[in-house]
Design a protein around this ligand. Structure first.
Ligand SMILES: [Zn+2]
Length: 194
């Protein structure tokens, strides 16, 4: 039976639903991608991952591998490309797997959804999921890559100071005040702190 990183497809679908909230088609494709990208790694190999989109794919990496945004082993370069690279931490050698737009033609529902040709309300989600299962890795392409030196080093936080405006700690490399007080704050204060 087809397995995705040791889970049956149905088990993986359950994991998607509990982690992501619902069965997103991109996460199902992501499972096949990550299985493909990791299957030739030696057992016990420590690896990092890069996603080239922040949509769906990072959750597939976090469900199926030890790499998370929080532990820093998963990085996101938001190029809007549905691609994942898995690479060895020490050498930077890795495998990049992506949905190949050239290979979608025979899968009408996937093609319409992936390239946004089909309006949301005309999408047949059941058929889409079925086609993704059938297509398996045939809609993917892969290429060997080597991660650039500057992206292999662990990003250090550096010195920490107290922001003169909010009084909270922040990395001093950001300047005289924290980035929130410098104008990046996404909310307004409704009350004083308590
Ligand atoms: Zn501040």
């Amino acid at each position: 039976m087809r397995e995705i990183c040791g889970y049956t497809v149905e088990e993986y679908i359950h994991l998607i639903e509990s982690f992501h909230g619902y069965l997103a088609p991109g996460l199902l494709i992501g499972g096949f991608m990550i299985d493909e990208a990791t299957r030739e790694l030696p057992e016990g190999e420590i690896f990092d991952a890069i996603c080239e989109t922040r949509v769906c794919l990072p959750d597939a990496v976090q469900i199926l591998t030890p790499c998370t945004v929080g532990n820093g082993w998963l990085k996101i370069f938001d190029f809007g490309r549905f691609a994942v690279t898995v690479f060895q931490k020490n050498t930077g050698d890795g495998l990049r797997v992506f949905v190949d737009a050239q290979k979608l033609a025979q899968w009408g529902e996937i093609d319409g959804w992936f390239l946004k040709k089909t309006a949301r309300k005309e999408q047949n989600t059941e058929l889409l999921i079925e086609q993704i299962k059938q297509a398996d890795t045939t809609i993917l392409s892969r290429q060997k890559v080597r991660i650039k030196e500057e992206h292999l080093k662990k990003q250090k936080t550096g010195a920490v100071g107290i922001c003169p405006i909010c009084g909270e700690s922040y990395p001093t490399r950001d300047g005289e005040m924290c980035r929130s007080c410098a104008g990046g704050c996404p909310y307004v204060m409704l009350a004083d702190k308590e």
